[in-house]
Design a protein around this ligand. Sequence first.
Ligand code: GLP
Length: 243
Amino acid sequence: MSGVRMIVLDTPEDVGRLAADLFEMEIAARPACVLGLATGSTPLPLYRELVARNKAGRIDFSRVRTFNLDEYEGLAPDHPQSYRRFMQENLFDHINIRPENTRVPDGLAADPEAMFAGYEREIGACGGIDLQLLGIGHDGHIGFNEPGDFFPPCTHDVTLTAQTREANKRFFASLDEVPLRAYTMGVGTVMAARKIVILITGADKADILQRAFFAPVTPQVPASVLQFHHDVTLICDRAAAGR
Ligand code: GLP
């Protein structure tokens, strides 16, 4: 491992608490910081902790801006399975963040290319992402950057792999309802963040943790590129550290 520091804790709740400490420190140091945020089950203990600390007056989100990694193509913001809705329900609706300071790629964009360029421009106009949160897919995807022959530089559209649709079908009524495509920040967008925190929990992620951080960097395992970033904190539980 290179610029990656790995911290192994007992439980997913411990992972959430330590990640919340890092977010709390970042926001205390820069009240108007720019956060990159992620969806999935893994960040839920972190989001619960951020809500609790906001309610307790420990974290003030009033000047914080956020950019989410990704969104399903074709899902409206209020669709029950959209990532915008996920963020509202699990974080934004419960903290004092200004709605206009939260960004999620628009799943209904009439002109996706213009939306991608606009997303990148907005991140740049805010001065770039200070702290980027990541989870990881079983195939090593970050955001929705699936295994491929190169690392996509910018926000773009992707065809989801069968494995990713299968893994995410638990949120939908059936596999057929899982969108075939999605919009995601590029690997380059993620790598431009000043600091990255990646959370990995559960025995089912032990194999991909090993392939991403203890094996050669390859676009076949998109998360492996994080080995080239100068400031990555990988926080995992014992189950995920099993390999
Ligand atoms: C989705 C998201 C990713 C997330 C991954 C893993 O594919 N696009 O950002 O990291 O799921 O989710 P989970 O944490 O539920 O395993």
